[in-house]
Design a protein around this ligand. Structure first.
Ligand SMILES: Nc1ncnc2c1ncn2[C@@H]1O[C@H](COP(=O)(O)OP(=O)(O)O)[C@@H](O)[C@H]1O
Ligand SMILES: [Mg+2]
Length: 363
């Protein structure tokens, strides 16, 4: 898949701009705080309806304006697609796909696909289980709308179950809990089954990428929780059992202690936990390798690579790792943001877009 154009209107520090990308490597360069990441964020927003950096949608509206608009055109093996999001200061965003308004974010997912990496993604290997679950959730939501809907449902039921657990009336809790448990186990089973399959696919791809970037000097493995295993129905039963077993503890604590909202991934480099023992360089390489592995899963699922967005990823790698990374990014359309274009190996052949203060400069 390639994204050929991105239009921004009053998005972040852009008043009105059109980015034109080509196949292969596109370098968006410019000094600090000129709008490189903003343009990358816009693409990812159009893929997922979600921003890795904006806590609230309204933050993307250019200061002093009341609305913003982003849209893009992409060519996939199935034909052209376009996506558009309008943001408003006084109401929720509006999304359309191929010119048709969609009421649910789920309908945006899977149209334009990208994998996004920036230094913030180091959270994936450095921080809490929540960051690793978010990685799985964003990736799996793009791959499978069924996953996205199950996740939304799960979160809703979980919140209701947790509210119930905080009730004073114990007999009410005991009476109502089984109703929530059945629903929670059903939605949870879909999440667990898809995560299990995903992580099993991810690990060899991530290992391969990591091995290649490190010139074979390091091995990377990723394993899931795998506490619940088997078909979706089997997992559903296991989850229901676990919820029943932990009911007393949950009532005592006032929240739900078992289920996929407690999952984690184990990421190991050379057989030790990269979060605890990995060097900065190993953590950075592991995070990039996971993202590259994600692109391979997209290719298996959709029959083509997504757009790879590498925001500020280059400057932090040493020369040999950077050069080896080059062999991966040659495989798919890649949008790289850097301050100096010379930081990207092979930049002579790339499409270069220079941004300055929210404007595209002609070279
Ligand atoms: N809603 C907004 N309205 C106007 N400017 C914004 C908005 N959000 C961010 N900016 C500006 O965008 C700039 C940062 O852009 P960014 O893309 O992160 O820079 P970089 O080129 O370093 O990646 C900052 O100057 C910031 O003030
Ligand atoms: Mg940036």
């Amino acid at each position: 898949m390639i994204v050929s154009q991105l239009h921004l209107t009053d998005f972040r520090n852009y008043a009105e701009e059109t980015f034109r990308y080509r196949e292969g490597v596109n370098i968006v360069c410019g000094g600090n705080a000129q709008g490189k990441t903003n343009s990358a964020e816009a693409i990812f927003f159009l893929c997922t309806g979600y921003s890795p950096r904006a806590k609230r949608d309204k933050q993307v509206i250019r200061h002093g304006q009341t609305s913003a608009r982003v849209s893009c055109e992409a060519q996939t093996r199935y034909g052209s697609v376009s996506a558009e999001i309008r943001f408003f200061s006084d109401r929720n965003k509006e999304v359309s796909v191929n010119g048709v308004p969609v009421s649910r974010i789920g309908e945006l997912l899977g149209n334009v696909n990208s994998v996004f990496f920036n230094p913030g993604e180091l959270r994936l290997v450095q921080e809490s289980p929540e960051d690793r679950r978010r990685f799985l959730d964003i990736s799996l939501s793009q791959l499978s709308r069924g996953y996205f809907y199950a996740l939304q449902k799960y979160k809703k039921i979980l919140a209701q179950r947790n509210n119930l657990l905080k009730e004073e009336n114990l007999s009410l809790i005991r009476e109502t809990l089984p109703v929530w448990d059945a629903q929670l186990a059903a939605a949870g089973a879909k999440i667990v089954a898809e995560r299990n399959a995903y992580v099993r696919m991810l690990s060899p791809f991530a290992g391969e990428a990591h091995g290649e970037i490190t010139g074979g000097r390091e091995t990377l493995t990723v394993t899931g929780d795998y506490r619940y295993e088997g078909t979706e129905e089997e997992i559903c039963r296991q989850l229901a059992d676990a919820l029943r077993e932990k009911a007393d503890k949950d009532i005592e604590l006032g929240y739900t202690t078992v289920g996929p909202h407690r999952d984690d991934l184990k990421i190991r480099v050379n057989d030790s936990d990269v979060r605890t023992y990995g060097s900065q360089g190993q953590q950075r390489t592991a995070a990039i390798s996971l993202k590259l592995a994600e692109t391979e899963i997209f290719r298996e699922r959709f029959g083509e690579y997504p757009v790879l967005i590498l925001d500020d990823a280059m400057s932090e790698l040493d020369c040999s790792r950077k050069r080896r990374l080059q062999s991966f990014i040659g495989k798919m359309q890649t949008i790289v943001t850097v301050t100096e274009k010379e930081d990207v190996p092979g930049y002579e052949k790339a499409n270069i877009i220079r941004v300055e203060d929210g404007k595209i400069m002609s070279d």
